[in-house]
Design a protein. Structure first.
Length: 490
């Protein structure tokens, strides 16, 4: 056998043991686990095994059925454990992973093909078998805790609604007899009934308890809120005060706040066109709704009374959200101004919070926000909450920035404005936090944007426009990225 006929990873057996031994002496292969060899002489064993993980598992356990917690999590446990059912009883220790087989009822017709020779328990079977308590050996137990099971059931409910949970319950009932798990089914039925509001059960997960109280929320988003909250709470206090701005300066700043905020959302006008809309009342016949969007935004952000409104509890916060959305989006009747969304909305690869979870998720965000004391902290946090939840069908970005700058105006601080050239920086920072849980880029981006706003002399419209132009505020962000042009402070 030539060395290039060996795959990158393979198990030894009697037929090829001598050939492997010869190649081992020549340095053409190396051993990285029990009976496990590789022709990859460069990468670490951990990397190689991770790359070929499930194929390796299937080689060790050709009859393997992925089971217990692994069948619900679909990934190794945090300590690298993989649980499965097999006739082979002995654990296999590999760099980074431990394969843990057990004797059990083999593959049923309702189970599914997995990777290579492996099978995986059906969802109903996996829930039933996870209802059976197991002792913790090392860092992790074979089955999920009740709290973890509740959270998995919550995800089923969010993803497929009551129909999905009812289907799961019916399938579990049928399987419980075959698996001799009748008692486990009764426990599972109680949990499902509690989530559906038809039974009472002692729930352990905060998210499922909130659902039974009529306040279900998106746990993934709340985790992001926690990350941002912690980072902001540890931020050194800072203030960029606006000391006695003139009426003209307030007007000019409000104009560009409305202008840039709409530009971010694709409502693009030339500055001269926007001045006609806002200061002369001109509504372009070919784009009446776009004109009303920028005008509605300006009418809110230019009003000291409106932007100074505060809230002391969640109900007042909700009322202000809806009121401001109604004012900004009044011309978009089809977007239901002032009403929370009734269907899921998306932007690119991001799916926002399910309509059923909007109020509960906003409540969780509000609970974090009310303990933030500094205006900048509260401003960035409320902007992210609204942007991440996306509670309305449209207008969420504009509303998030209005709510942000309301926090700053109440403290007599400069608002945060995102110029055209800075759009990609802003959206990328939001995406990095939303998708990867990294808060620092967003905080840094918003800090620079406020610092930039504070550097502009807003007292004269013409001079302010020229200064914005000199500092590249109007530059197309994609062109600027290609040409290495940045927003700068004079």
């Amino acid at each position: 056998m030539l060395i290039n006929q060996f795959p990158e990873v393979f198990l030894s057996n009697k037929k090829i043991a001598n050939k492997i031994a010869r190649e081992l002496k020549k340095g053409n292969v190396r051993k990285i686990g029990p009976r496990l060899y590789t022709t990859n002489l460069k990468d670490s064993p951990e990397y190689i095994i991770k790359k070929h993980l499930w194929v390796i598992v299937s080689e060790y356990f050709p009859d393997g059925l992925i089971a217990d917690r692994t069948a619900l999590e679909n990934v190794p446990a945090k300590d690298g454990s993989i649980f499965l059912i097999s006739e082979r009883k002995r654990d296999v220790l590999l760099p980074g992973y431990t394969l843990k087989p057990r004797i059990g009822i083999p593959t049923l017709m309702s189970d599914y093909p997995f990777i290579s020779h492996l099978k995986i328990c059906s969802q109903a079977r996996a829930f039933l078998e996870n209802m059976k308590p197991s002792r913790m050996r090392g860092q992790i137990s074979r089955t999920l805790s009740q709290k973890e099971i509740e959270e998995k059931l919550e995800k089923v409910l969010i993803g497929g609604g009551e129909k999905a949970l009812n289907k799961l319950r019916e399938e579990a009932k049928s399987l419980s007899l075959k698996l001799h798990l009748e008692d486990e089914y009764k426990k599972l039925e109680m949990l499902i009934g509690a989530l559906l509001g038809t039974k009472e059960a002692a729930l352990l997960s905060e998210i499922t308890i909130s659902r039974t109280k009529g306040q279900p929320y998106d746990s993934k988003r709340v985790d992001l809120f926690q990350i941002l909250y912690t980072a902001l709470k540890n931020l050194a206090p800072q203030q960029r005060l606006r000391l006695n701005p003139t009426e003209e300066a307030r007007t000019n700043l409000a104009f560009f706040e409305a202008y840039f905020s709409n530009f971010i959302e694709g409502t693009e006008f030339e500055v001269t066109e926007a001045t006609d809309i806002i200061f002369k009342g001109r509504i372009f016949s070919e784009r009446p709704e776009d004109a009303h969007d920028i005008l509605g935004t300006y009418e809110v952000v230019s009003s000291i009374d409106e932007m100074s409104k505060s809230y002391t509890n969640f109900d007042e916060f909700m009322f202000l959200l809806k009121e401001r959305h109604l004012k900004v989006m009044s011309s978009r009747v089809d977007k239901k101004p002032g009403e929370f969304k009734d269907k899921v909305n998306r932007a690119g690869s991001t799916t926002f919070v399910d309509p059923e979870l909007v109020t509960g998720t906003l409540l969780k965000g509000f609970e974090f926000m009310r303990s933030l004391e500094e205006p900048f902290q509260r401003a960035v946090f409320v902007m992210f909450i609204i942007g991440e939840v996306h509670p309305f069908l449209d207008g969420n970005g504009r509303l998030s920035r209005i709510m942000m700058n309301g926090e700053l105006l109440k403290a007599n601080e400069y608002p945060i404005i995102i110029p055209i050239i800075y759009r990609n920086n802003y959206l990328s920072a939001l995406k990095v936090l939303s998708h990867h849980g990294m808060s620092e880029p967003l905080i840094r981006t918003m800090d620079f944007a406020q610092k930039y706003v504070a550097s502009i002399d807003w007292s004269d419209f013409k001079n302010a426009t020229e200064q914005l132009a000199r500092t590249n505020a109007f530059y197309d962000p994609n062109t600027a990225d290609l040409e290495g042009i940045r927003l700068r402070i004079e």
